[in-house]
Design a protein around this ligand. Structure first.
Ligand code: CA
Length: 228
């Protein structure tokens, strides 16, 4: 049950930690706070929270080390808090296995919404054979794509990219993660190749490719599929 989930906040700025705690408690979560990376890793291991909110800027053991240490032993979802200027941090964090990020200064309401979305995505991981978003129908068994009644021809690489993103709507994927998702079927090794596949997919899928409804750009980071 999402409403009873336990959340661990790893954040050295107590003002922020308390504010987030307040909002999450109000939303029905059971919240604890760790004030530095070591305490965060220890607590994550001993109490096994349902989700960790992890500030990247921590004294001593930084957020990346904390994420690595948590990922060594568990797949507990991680939502990172990052500074506005640090786009590369977001990419590194996502590639270390974080599930999402929120940029400081953030609205606590937005953070609560992200936490709920990540929990929905990670707790309700029943992979159905068919993904439906708007008019779009993606069938994993027949590996076909339809928009309404209309069949859409996609290449193997395009299908794999689409399936990867659509399986976890709302999740941000970096180009490198998307490249990994097509490695089995393609010799491409250049992250920017992803952009041209996405461009082609949009031409095929989007009612208006200039205003994408399904495949959204996350500036400086990568792409995500519309969270229906
Ligand atoms: Ca901090």
């Amino acid at each position: 049950m999402v409403a009873m989930s336990r959340i661990l906040i790893v954040e050295d700025e107590m003002k922020i930690a308390r504010l987030v705690e307040e909002y999450l408690s109000e939303a029905g979560f059971d919240v604890s706070i760790a004030r530095d990376g070591r305490a965060g890793v220890a607590e994550a291991r001993s109490t096994q929270p349902d989700l960790v909110i992890l500030d990247l800027g921590l004294p001593g053991m930084d957020g990346f080390d904390v994420a690595r240490a948590i990922r060594e032993r568990s797949s507990t979802p991680i939502v990172m808090l990052t500074a506005r200027s640090e786009e590369t941090d977001r990419i590194v964090g996502l590639e270390l296995g974080a599930d999402d990020y929120v940029v400081k200064p953030f609205s606590p309401r937005e953070l609560v919404a992200r936490v709920k979305a990540v929990l929905r995505r990670t707790q309700g991981q029943v992979q159905s054979d068919v993904v439906r978003v708007g008019e779009l129908v993606i069938d994993r068994i027949t590996r076909t794509v339809r928009s309404g009644e209309k069949a859409i021809e996609v290449t193997t690489t395009e299908f794999d990219l689409l399936e990867t993103m659509a399986s976890q709507p709302g999740r941000v994927f970096t180009r490198s993660q998307l490249l990994d998702s097509i490695r089995g079927v393609s010799f491409e090794s250049y992250e920017r190749a992803i952009d041209s596949h996405i461009k082609n997919l949009r031409k095929k899928l989007e009612p208006d490719p200039r205003e994408p409804r399904y495949i959204l750009t996350v500036y400086g980071v990568g792409y995500r599929f519309q969270d229906a």
